[in-house]
Design a protein around this ligand. Structure first.
Ligand code: HEM
Length: 362
C-alpha cells in the first residue's frame, strides 16, 4: 500500500476557462430536456436517473479497523447510521429496461454530525455512484456535448434509441480497433449494458474530499448471492430491474462493501478530469464500512412516490469533510437543485430532506 497520500488543500481545484458559461449551457440544455420529458408524461421526473428500480432502507456500519488514513469524516469512528438507497438507471426518461443503461446507486446516510459542505441545515450525507470507474464525459466541454445528445432523446422512441445504440456500438468497435477516438454519441452507445444491477460495483467517478485526503468512493457487492450476479444479464422486460431487485430482497439480506480509493498523485489521478480512472495498482479500494440491506419490500407505491417525487439526492448534500471536488462536481452544485426544483414545482410536491429514517414509508 502506498505510504504517501495526497493531502487535501483548497488549491487542488482549478476553475476551467469559461466555466460558468459552460455550466449555464449544460443547465439550459438539461432544462429543455427535462421540460420535454415532463410534458410527455404529464409528470416531472429527474433529468438524469429518472427511473427507480428499488428503494431500500438499511444501515451504514462504519468499521473500527480500517487503516488510519482511511478513517476520515463520516468514516472516522465506528458507528451505525440509517440509510435510504435508491437504485436507478441513467436516462432522464422512463425507458424500457431492455434498452440497457448505466446503473446508479444513490445512498443517503441520515443523522451525520459535522460541518456542512454547503450552508444547509441538513443532517444527511449522500453518495451518488454509477457502475463504472470513470465518467467518459468527465470534463465540462465533453459533458456539454453529451448533454446536447441527451437533449434530442425525449423526442425519440425506444426503438429509435435501440437502433441508435446498436449503430453506435458497431461504429465504436471499428473505431476502437483502429485506435481512433470515439465521438460522444458513439461513446454513449458503448457504455450501455444489460447486467443485473445487484451484482455491479458502483463508483463516485469523480473525487471527494476525504478529510485530510482526497478519494473516490465505491460500493462493491459483498454477499455471495450478490457477487454471483456480477456480469449476469437480466431477463427481458420493461421493468425487469425492478422485478430483479424486489425478488432478491423479498426473503434475503444483502451487503455491499463501501470503499475509499485515496489519491496518491494528482498528476496520475486527476481531480479536475473525471474521464480518468484512478489506477487500482497505485491505490486500492479499501473497505471503510458495510452497507447492510435487510430483506424488505423494495418497491411499494408509497416508497416509490416518496423516493421519486419527494426526495432529492445530491453529492452536495455533504459534510465539509466529503466536499465534492473538481469541475464536474462543481457543475453538479447547480445542476441538481435546478432539476429538483423543476420537478417539485411541476408536480406541486414539497421537497424534503429527511431527518429520520422513519420518514421513509414501508
Ligand atoms: C461524477 C459523475 C456523476 C455521477 C456518479 C452521477 C450519479 C447520479 C445518480 C446516481 C443520480 C440519481 C440520484 C437519485 O437516485 O436520486 C443522479 C441524478 C442526477 N444527475 Fe448525476 N451523476 C454524475 C454527474 C452528473 C453531472 C455532471 C450532471 C450535470 C451537470 C448530473 C446531473 C444529474 C441530475 C440533474 C440528476 C437528477 C437530480 C434530481 O432531480 O434530483 N450528474 N446522478
Amino acid at each position: 500500500m502506498p505510504t504517501t497520500f495526497t493531502r487535501y488543500r483548497d488549491d487542488l481545484e482549478h476553475k476551467v476557462d469559461n466555466e460558468d458559461e459552460i455550466v449555464a449551457s449544460i443547465l439550459a440544455s438539461m432544462s429543455r430536456a427535462n421540460e420535454a420529458v415532463a410534458a410527455k408524461h404529464r409528470h416531472g421526473v429527474r433529468d438524469a436517473h429518472a427511473k427507480s428500480h428499488g428503494i431500500l432502507a438499511g444501515e451504514l456500519r462504519v468499521h473500527a479497523n480500517a487503516p488510519a488514513p482511511y478513517r476520515q469524516g463520516l468514516f472516522a469512528e465506528p458507528a451505525t447510521y440509517p440509510v435510504i438507497v435508491r437504485l436507478s438507471t441513467a436516462p432522464g426518461d422512463l425507458r424500457s429496461d431492455d434498452l440497457g443503461a448505466p446503473r446508479g446507486m444513490a445512498i443517503k446516510v441520515i443523522g451525520v454530525p459535522g460541518e456542512r459542505a454547503l450552508n444547509d441545515d441538513a443532517i444527511t450525507q449522500d453518495f451518488l455512484l454509477v457502475n463504472d470507474d470513470h465518467l467518459p464525459f468527465g470534463t465540462l466541454d465533453k459533458y456539454l456535448e453529451f448533454q446536447k445528445v441527451l437533449e434530442a432523446q425525449p423526442a425519440m422512441t425506444d426503438t429509435e434509441i435501440r437502433n441508435a445504440t446498436r449503430k453506435g456500438k458497431a461504429i465504436g468497435a471499428v473505431l476502437t480497433a483502429l485506435h481512433r477516438p470515439l465521438p460522444v454519441p458513439v461513446e454513449l452507445a458503448t457504455v450501455t449494458h444489460n447486467n443485473d444491477i445487484l451484482g455491479e460495483t458502483f463508483n463516485s467517478l469523480a473525487a471527494l474530499r476525504h478529510g485530510d485526503y482526497v478519494a473516490k468512493i465505491s460500493a462493491a457487492p459483498l454477499t455471495r448471492a450478490l457477487r454471483a450476479r456480477t456480469g449476469k444479464p437480466i431477463p427481458k422486460g420493461e421493468s425487469a430491474l425492478q422485478q430483479v431487485v424486489a425478488d432478491y430482497f423479498r426473503h434475503q439480506d444483502g451487503e455491499y462493501s463501501i470503499r475509499a480509493q485515496l489519491c496518491t498523485d494528482p498528476a496520475i489521478m486527476p481531480i479536475e478530469d473525471a474521464t480518468v480512472a484512478w489506477p487500482e495498482a497505485l491505490s486500492p479500494h479499501v473497505s471503510v464500512a458495510t452497507l447492510h440491506l435487510p430483506a424488505q419490500n423494495t418497491y411499494s407505491d408509497a416508497r416509490r412516490v416518496f423516493a421519486d417525487d419527494t426526495l432529492s439526492f445530491s453529492p452536495w448534500h455533504a459534510l465539509a469533510a466529503h466536499r465534492p471536488l473538481g469541475a464536474i462536481m462543481r457543475s453538479r452544485a447547480r445542476a441538481y437543485p435546478s432539476s429538483s426544483d423543476f420537478r417539485h414545482g411541476y408536480n406541486q410536491v414539497a421537497a424534503r430532506e429527511p431527518r429520520d429514517i422513519g420518514e421513509l414509508p414501508d
